[in-house]
Design a protein around this ligand. Structure first.
Ligand code: URA
Ligand code: SF4
Length: 214
């Protein structure tokens, strides 16, 4: 199956999922959306009011800020993939609970396996914990780490920038690092294939790894 087909299948399962109690309060589940060949994956926390109505991630005020941040580094939504740690809205936007994140985790893992992104950006502390453990966002935001062959970078949640003006600039500055991180991820990916592949007659037979990146 292609990555598009796998992502569609996951989205279909999510839309009727009842594996945790968040299914009770949702209007619509929000599986996530974007480019099935995205090199970069953004992972937020969970759907809010607007997302729950529209079944789309980051379409409320935090989403508008995310759009602005993406535009600042010349990325469009159609270039990236955006999803959340939990796919259904927690009541009154409360924090997702451990049992809910555990129940939903398999969907996220399957999305990552289908996308194979070179770069993962965690937005807020719940997605950060999945990749960075018990670190504090105030000390690791904007820092890139290699994990499982890809680069992960933790960012404050865009909503935090809406509530706290001093964080807005920090988030903007952290986002500015993304293009360099993508370039570094590409350099790493280019280094990784066995040297024999790189040394082959390049014009006639581009290595398949290279094509699948775009
Ligand atoms: N906040 C999130 O974490 N995710 C969304 O999809 C919207 C707001
Ligand atoms: Fe299923 Fe995830 Fe929604 Fe819970 S939050 S019902 S596990 S899709």
């Amino acid at each position: 199956m292609s990555s598009e087909e796998i992502l569609q299948e996951i989205a279909l399962e999510v839309s009727t999922c009842a594996s945790c109690k968040l299914c009770k309060g949702r209007t619509k589940a929000v599986p996530g959306e974007g480019n099935a060949h995205a090199r970069i994956l953004f992972i937020g926390e969970g759907p809010g009011y607007h997302e729950d109505k529209q079944a789309r991630p980051f379409v409320g005020p935090a989403g508008q800020f995310l759009d602005e941040l993406l535009a600042s580094i010349n990325l469009k939504r159609s270039d990236v993939f955006i999803t959340n740690v939990v796919k259904c809205r927690p009541p009154n936007n409360r924090d997702p609970e451990p049992d809910e994140m555990a129940a939903c985790n398999d969907y996220l893992d399957r999305q990552i396996a289908a996308l194979q992104p070179q770069v993962i950006v965690t937005l807020g502390r719940f997605s950060m914990t999945k990749f960075f453990g018990s670190e504090r966002i105030s000390s690791i935001h904007g820092r890139a780490r290699k994990k499982d062959g890809r680069i992960c970078i933790a960012m404050y949640h865009p909503a935090a920038g809406l509530h706290r003006a001093e964080l807005k600039d920090t988030i903007r500055q952290d986002f500015k690092k993304i293009p360099l991180i993508i370039a570094e991820a590409e350099r790493l990916a280019a280094e990784q294939p066995p040297k024999v592949v790189v040394q082959k007659k390049k014009e006639e037979e581009p290595p398949p790894q290279q094509l699948s990146l775009f």
